[in-house]
Design a protein around this ligand. Structure first.
Ligand code: FRU
Length: 324
């Protein structure tokens, strides 16, 4: 029975329509396609915590083998995670943290380090003297809180670096309000935004209202490909970005290990690195190579599957002939 060997993985994604999330989903789909025994189902909660809880409930009632969750919110989701855990369905948390430890494993990069890398970069470029605008994303999430903590750990050691903090969520972006703040807080040299999308929006707005500005924009994520942060660095839009890997393929690999009853670490750290004009080419070449290899393997898988199909129709035909 083929079903006995199927490993069903349910992935609850929290946010749709952004390049980082799409890239995470895609990485999972590619990795899942490489393992013929894996059946991956992705639900997207579109920023609604209640929908995310329902999606996870569905995975529980469908008795999937492993649930992967990229949480939207850190508290309301606790009961459903604990429910899965209590009935023995392993849960992997990816990216944002949750306020419970009743799950199997966590996977993600260290956001405190992400903030520190951005801080150190500004310190070294400015030699410790600068006016910085920090544009926070969702400050109620662990990446938001941790990035801010790491950034201030570094920046606060330099009394000649002044920081003004605004919140992109409280619609200071992309509206004119952002530029007003920028103009009134005279001589901003650096903008550190909590992701590349926000950094890019800030860059665009600034260009319209302060055409000859010399502000250096720093983002986070560093997605490869068109419109991604690496390309923005190559185009000179961003001074730099801090790589925040999605962990999509690692999550599927981890889920497989767990499904195969291997013992896995509770915390699985993904590495992060500064991407600027010095290494942007190398980084994108590296990522391109991985993508090419993955699609090669996918091709091979398809060929094998087709051959298997052909073989099984042939052998069915043979059986039929024999039975005649
Ligand atoms: C995408 C995103 C990324 C960020 C991550 C943090 O939805 O905002 O840009 O790195 O989520 O949770």
């Amino acid at each position: 029975n083929e079903d006995l060997h199927t490993i069903s993985i349910g992935f609850s994604q929290s946010i749709d329509h952004d390049i980082w999330r799409k890239s995470m989903d895609h990485a999972m789909e590619v990795e899942a396609a490489l393992h013929s025994e894996v059946k991956l189902t992705i639900y997207n909660a579109n920023r609604q915590e209640k929908k995310q809880i329902k999606d996870i409930e569905k995975f529980i009632s469908d008795k999937v083998d492993v649930i992967i969750i990229s949480p939207f919110e850190l508290d309301s989701i606790i009961p459903v995670i604990e429910k899965a855990n209590a009935i023995g369905i392993p849960v992997i948390i990816i990216d944002r943290k949750v306020n419970t430890s009743n799950y199997t494993a966590y996977l993600g990069a260290d956001n405190v380090e992400v903030g520190r890398i951005a801080g150190r970069h500004i310190v070294s470029l400015s030699k410790g003297m600068a006016n910085v605008m920090e544009i926070q994303g969702a400050s109620y999430t662990s990446p938001g809180l941790d990035r801010s903590m790491g950034f201030h750990q570094i920046i606060n050691q330099y009394p000649n670096i002044k920081v003004i903090t605004i919140d992109a969520q409280k619609d200071q972006l992309p509206k004119k309000a952002f530029v007003k703040i920028l103009q009134s807080s005279s001589d901003i040299n650096y903008v550190f935004a909590y992701n590349d999308v926000i950094a890019y929006q800030a860059w665009k707005e600034t260009k319209i209202y302060i055409p000859n500005n010399k502000i250096k924009f720093i983002g986070v994520d560093g997605i490869n490909g068109p419109n991604g942060g690496i390309q923005l660095v190559k185009d000179g839009v961003l001074e730099s970005t801090v790589l925040y890997p999605t962990g999509g393929s690692e999550a599927i690999k981890l889920a497989l290990k767990i499904a195969n009853k291997e013992i896995v670490p509770k915390n699985n750290n993904l590495s992060t690195i500064l991407i600027d004009s010095l290494n942007a080419d190398i980084m994108s070449n590296q990522f391109d190579k991985i993508t090419i290899q993955q699609s090669d393997i996918e091709q091979q898988q398809k060929i094998i599957k087709n051959q298997e199909k052909k073989y099984s129709t042939q052998s069915n035909l043979l059986k039929l002939l024999i039975s005649l």
